[in-house]
Design a protein around this ligand. Sequence first.
Ligand code: UDP
Ligand code: MG
Length: 310
Amino acid sequence: MQTKHPFISIVCPCYNEEEVINHFLKSITKILQTSKKTYEIIFIDDGSTDNTLEVLIESKKNYEHIKILKLSRNFGKEIALTAGIDASIGETVVPIDVDLQDPPEIILDFIKKYKEGYHVVVGKRVDRTSDTFAKKFSAEAFYKFHNKISDINIPNNVGDYRLMSRKVVDEIKKLPESQRFMKGIFAWIGFKTATVEYKREVRVAGKTSFNGWKLWNFAIDGITSFSTVPLRIWLYIGVVISALSFIYGSVIIVKTLIFGVDIAGYASMLTVVLFLGGVQLMGIGILGEYIGRIYIESKNRPIYIIENEY
Ligand code: UDP
Ligand code: MG
């Protein structure tokens, strides 16, 4: 009994996940049936190079209410998620990873909170023993730094796993930027939010596609998408360095007047020149990062391309 607009849209980006899709479908449909709500499950094949698409198409034979969007190439999780959210028609939307690291049974708690009147219900990972130390540590450092220098606060240990009302989703769809840091976008939107705690599981199968370098770039995207502090900081660094060099210059002048010229000082000269050179390069690099972003946004390209729908 599928109504035109289901109660819940599950949005699930997949990149080379052929091994886990069936596990995922089995547990998610069980939970959705328990909830007795109408639903749709939207899979986004984010340009997988394995048989993900075939497995997904095959699964339509055994499961109902499945929509598959095939993107024309790998656009990355954030954009795949955006494509899925755009395509969703449910009264509520739940983005979830296909690898079962986000336990589907939490959706029942999400629904309960939604019924209590919350527009957003976020899943908070209270136990991340399944993540490596390096990942936990870098994630924590990132959130601390990000929240210090941004106007919006991204709560630590909160991922994309959440429930959003149609109203919230419609607001998200209005954000036009093509560089989509979804955690930041979710936080920027606001609305009355409830939290449900859960334990982050290990992947059922397959392997993570986020290595150190990808995470580092992800962190830079996050910071530069929601803060201009890295730009402004150069004003202060510049002021401090000019003040210091002014004092230093005055000292040299006074010294020369009193003691005459001395030729020693190549070492200190070189140190100062190199230091300033480094500082300038960093400043230019950060300017470049933002200008690059302006450039990309100004091209106004579509955020993603859907090659096919199934
Ligand atoms: N994913 C995606 N496109 C990508 C990388 C990942 O759609 O380019 C999906 C992936 O299939 C999974 C989710 O994003 O459903 C989370 O990815 P992963 O498990 O690799 O990340 P982790 O859980 O290690 O952060
Ligand atoms: Mg995962």
